[in-house]
Design a protein around this ligand. Structure first.
Ligand code: DQA
Length: 146
């Protein structure tokens, strides 16, 4: 059984009420339900975590090395600033997929640079909650080939 850790960064706990014109009305709880349902269909186990703190996200990643085969991460605003999260992904050396609800390349210029993109297998950006489902499928496809 493959194990996948899904990590959501700061302010994603506010989905549903936060900038609904950009992120929509769906809550993180609902997205997590969709992810768990998809995991059942794909026959993998998921753990899902959210934190508003950079250090805690770094710890989630380093602790994952004992349990997880792949990471799916939406680092939210830390995408654009966090060398520590980038280094943590490199340090654990497991396949990671970056997800964004919005298309970061269609937004402000400071969002158009991701510090984690280079250490991830790939990035899914702009497909809303569906991005997490696509990431789970991609992660499972990659793991099956290994
Ligand atoms: C985001 C995009 C980031 O720029 C932003 O800071 C977020 C959410 C997204 O999912 O579209 O908090 O990661």
């Amino acid at each position: 059984m493959k194990h996948i850790l899904v990590i959501n960064g700061p302010n994603l706990d506010l989905l549903g009420t936060r900038e609904v014109n950009i992120y929509g009305e769906i809550t993180l709880a609902k997205i997590n339900e969709m992810v768990k349902q998809k995991a059942k269909e794909l026959g993998c186990q998921v753990r899902i975590k959210q934190s508003n703190s950079e250090g805690e996200i770094v710890s989630f990643i380093s602790e994952a090395r004992n349990w997880t085969d792949a990471l799916i991460i939406n680092p939210a605003a830390y995408t654009h600033t966090s060398i520590a999260i980038r280094d943590a992904i490199l340090a654990v050396g497991m396949p990671a997929i970056e997800v964004h609800l919005s298309n970061i390349y269609k937004r402000e210029s400071f969002r158009q640079k991701s510090l984690v993109a280079e250490v991830c297998l790939g990035q899914i950006t702009g497909f809303g909650p569906e991005g997490y489902i696509l990431a789970l499928e991609a992660a499972m496809n990659v793991l099956k080939k290994r």
